[in-house]
Design a protein around this ligand. Structure first.
Ligand SMILES: Cc1ncc(COP(=O)(O)O)c(C=O)c1O
Length: 427
């Protein structure tokens, strides 16, 4: 039972597991009990730059000295520079940035923009997805976090997933007709040819299992959206800023979305900031129509300064390229660490420094796995309700540390499997 005067998130308070952080550097994190943990998760997928980066600290301190409190129509160098740099990273034709304080607000404002521009209200997303905890973003989300809060936003329709290892249409990726992409076209038609404002998809599904679409998926969805005058929104909150080995995950696919939602890696977690990058064909609508969106801390100076410095560090340290180079090792070593031939081990997948393995464990097995990881001081994303473990180390992680961490995960898993097998065997 935690006895703190604040809530812990996504848990009943009795089962909250507080962790007293004191600092960190690179891929390592320090705790008050003297522990040093290897972060194979990037905390909540935001610590792409690693921990305790001296340049990030200095940039925040400098901005704090210069200017901290602004109003939404304020102009200052970090705001202009960050918007400019983000538009340079985006595909040709993107002309405006809408700043927010995080990922959910980026999604929230993208869907508001889509509704304002199209005059339509329906939205399509997918079941295996998470888009944020605010009501609009949660309504789009498909995982366990949505049902407790329903009813959500009216007009949201969930599509079946692009999940090649467990295809909801019963196909195999080498013989299918990309039914999952056609399905989105069917939904656009069935919902009423001119009623869907936007299709909102994680480019590569993150926390819901690292689902990587085949190359045709995104172009087919793009084509269906174009056919129906529907806007296409890429949620790059988790997959953006090098996580998949490119700046944005959609760069792996031949597609240009209409809006791109960003947060997490945008500042590497050093300050709260999100953004929506908007294509000019959408942005122009607001030249003569009111943009009915806003927030008090729009483009907060600390967030903008952190964003500018984060982008500089990504470039100077070659972190996107590093994620691309280390990605194959992450997946190979993860697979090598999995106890061979055990029935509990399911499919594994990866792209860049983002990888997942499915595990069929009883509750006691998940508990034993968590204990084994704690004992080895390894941060990993364990999702018992989804039967999945997700790895997303900081992009600066040393190869040797990553390999050692994955070997440690393999040992912890072997112990957990032994415990689960003992539980299952008749006494
Ligand atoms: C894909 C995706 N979109 C949106 C969000 C919401 O971001 P935030 O928690 O910053 O509101 C998340 C957070 O995990 C996410 O993974």
């Amino acid at each position: 039972m935690s006895d703190y005067p604040f809530f812990f998130t996504w848990t009943d308070q009795r089962r909250a597991v507080p962790i007293h952080l004191t600092g960190g550097d690179g891929a390592f994190v320090d705790t008050a009990d003297g522990g040093r943990w290897l972060d194979l998760a990037s905390f909540s997928f935001q610590a792409n730059l690693g921990h305790g980066h001296p340049r990030m600290r200095a940039a925040l301190a400098k901005q704090a000295e210069e200017l901290c409190v602004v109003m939404p129509n304020a102009i200052f160098p970090a705001k202009q520079e960050l918007a400019q740099r983000l538009l340079e990273l985006a595909p040709e034709g993107f002309s405006r940035v809408f700043f927010t304080l995080g990922g959910a607000e980026a999604i929230e404002n993208a869907l508001k923009i889509a509704r304002l521009v199209t005059g339509r209200h329906k939205l399509i997303s997918r079941y295996r997805s998470y888009h944020g905890a605010s009501m609009g973003a949660l309504s789009l989300s498909g995982d366990w976090r949505r049902p407790p809060l329903e009813p959500g936003l009216a007009g949201v329709v969930h599509a079946l997933d692009c999940y090649c290892d467990r295809c909801p249409f019963g196909h195999k990726v080498d013989t299918c007709q990309r039914e999952c992409a056609r399905h989105i076209g069917d939904l656009l038609q069935l919902e009423g040819p001119r009623s869907v404002a936007a299709v909102v998809l994680e480019t590569v599904v993150g926390a819901n299992g690292v689902l990587i679409p085949p190359s045709e998926y995104w172009p087919m969805v793009r084509e269906a959206c174009d056919r129906h005058g529907t806007l296409l929104v890429a949620d790059e909150v988790l997959s953006g800023f090098g996580r998949t080995g490119r700046c944005f995950a959609f760069e792996h696919f031949d597609v240009v979305p209409d809006m791109i939602c960003l947060a997490k890696g945008l500042t590497g977690g050093y300050a709260p900031l999100g953004a929506v990058l908007v294509h000019d064909r959408v942005a122009r609508h607001f030249d003569d129509n009111v943009l009915a969106c806003g927030l008090t801390n729009y483009a907060h100076p600390l967030g903008c300064a952190a964003g500018v410095e984060a982008l500089a560090i990504y470039a100077d340290e070659g972190l996107f390229e590093r994620a691309a180079a280390l990605g194959p090792t992450l997946l190979t070593d993860l697979r090598a660490a999995l106890p061979a031939g055990h029935a509990a081990i399911g499919p594994s997948r990866g792209i860049g420094l983002l990888a997942a393995v499915e595990l069929d464990l009883p509750a006691s097995g998940w508990k034993a796995l968590a204990a084994g990881l704690d004992a080895r001081r390894l941060f990993v994303h364990l999702y018992p309700s989804r039967g999945t473990v997700v790895f997303a180390p900081p992009l600066c992680i040393a190869e040797a540390d990553m390999k050692a961490g994955l070997a440690g995960f393999g040992e912890a898993l072997a112990e957990a499997l032994r415990a689960a097998d003992a539980d299952r065997s008749p006494s």
